[in-house]
Design a protein around this ligand. Sequence first.
Ligand SMILES: Cc1cc2nc3c(=O)[nH]c(=O)nc-3n(C[C@H](O)[C@H](O)[C@H](O)COP(=O)(O)OP(=O)(O)OC[C@H]3O[C@@H](n4cnc5c(N)ncnc54)[C@H](O)[C@@H]3O)c2cc1C
Length: 444
Amino acid sequence: MKVTRVPVDPGPAAWNELLEPAPVREPLGEHRTADWVIVGAGFAGLSAARRLSELNPGQSIVVLEASQVASGPAGRNSGFMIDVPHDLSSSDYGGNTDKDRREIRLNRAGIEYALNLCKQFGASDETMSLSGKVNGAITDRGVKHNDAYAQHLDNLKEPYERLDARAMHELTGTHCYVDGLFTPGTAMIQPALYIRTLAAGIESNRVSLHENSPVIELKRQGSSWQAHTQKGSVIAPKVILCVNGHLQSFGFLKRQLMHVFTYASMTRQMRPDEIASLGGQSTWGITPADPLGTTVRRVSGTGGDRLLIRNRATFDPSMQVNDARIKDVAPTHDKSFRDRFPMLPQLDMEFRWGGRLCLTRNNVSVFGEIEKGLFSACCQNGLGTVKGTISGKLAAELACEVSSDLLNDLLVSAEPTKLPPEPIASVGATTVLRWGEFRAGREL
Ligand SMILES: Cc1cc2nc3c(=O)[nH]c(=O)nc-3n(C[C@H](O)[C@H](O)[C@H](O)COP(=O)(O)OP(=O)(O)OC[C@H]3O[C@@H](n4cnc5c(N)ncnc54)[C@H](O)[C@@H]3O)c2cc1C
């Protein structure tokens, strides 16, 4: 199969820009064989590579990445590794109770695996911390979302704490939040630092990682697969595709995957007087009570003290947006920022960017052996930091015939439901998103 599209990522991956320049890895430049090929070096691909090397000491693994480590979606997200249900397509993040329990088990296993990898590879404290997160509400409607979510967590017997306006002010420094719902199990990562640490940690004389090596064709060679890049190829009996929505570019799941872009802006480093004007704690993360509201993060680490805003979502079946789109969403980001942080009138955005999500209508991933010897750990429904991690790990276990209850939990997922034909799909999805953003009001 010819690969129809390779990824294009709009704007800089800000988290990656905050770090020292990364070492450049050579593109694949030879025709070779290996025991395993992994396509994609995000959360799923790197977790799969690590798990394969744990399970198969001595075997060779080649990871092929279209761009550079931590410059794709893995280095341009908001860094929330969320354990509790967070169904972006629902009105209150909740879903069906049995499905939610399975999801919590899987998410927590993903977080645990990520924490272990950080420990093994000597990651700094800034890379990942189990700090929990807060669903912040600004309006009465937001508070109702938090009430509904609290009810859902009660049904699941999951712990949480409600924060009043004063507690929200003490945490964030802003007076805009009237209510918060704290859940303790979310881990926060500096995504680029996490991904870079993982990439450096897995490389060895058996595990090679090639950047700027988009797979442009994948075809059968007897009982093996051959992955072609522009300048080389690898033949291996088993391949794991970890390309999220680009699974469709490999010819799979046509009209079943929804390609959505979301957008973020990060401020320049705050000066000491600005840090004092803001107040609150030095690191925190707020997801919006309304799923179509605004995520906000305060960070303090490499690159100084900064704030991040993430909102807006657009349906883009072409999987590409241009830089003009980033300019289009900038005024919304600036308004969301100024409404929340009137005490920081001079603090401007240094980075603005967008990135791909892959969703399905019924909120399921695409996991399993999709053809003989070809495995998928794709479509993370917008929560790939954690779902990518666990699905990559479990795809490696599936390919090595290591069974577990967790693997069964993932294998019971239904097929993604079909989308209506174009242009109905685009018009429908865009209408739902725009209407949801309108209704989010000041939560946006
Ligand atoms: C602004 C923003 C905020 C977000 N916030 C969060 C958050 O807080 N929490 C959360 O869980 N998720 C968040 N996400 C989503 C998250 O980034 C993704 O779900 C996650 O990166 C998916 O992980 P993955 O490993 O499956 O895929 P990716 O991270 O997309 O990795 C796939 C890799 O495959 C590569 N690839 C694709 N095609 C090919 C090819 N032909 N050949 C070789 N390589 C190829 C790509 O370059 C890419 O590096 C956010 C996303 C954005 C854009």
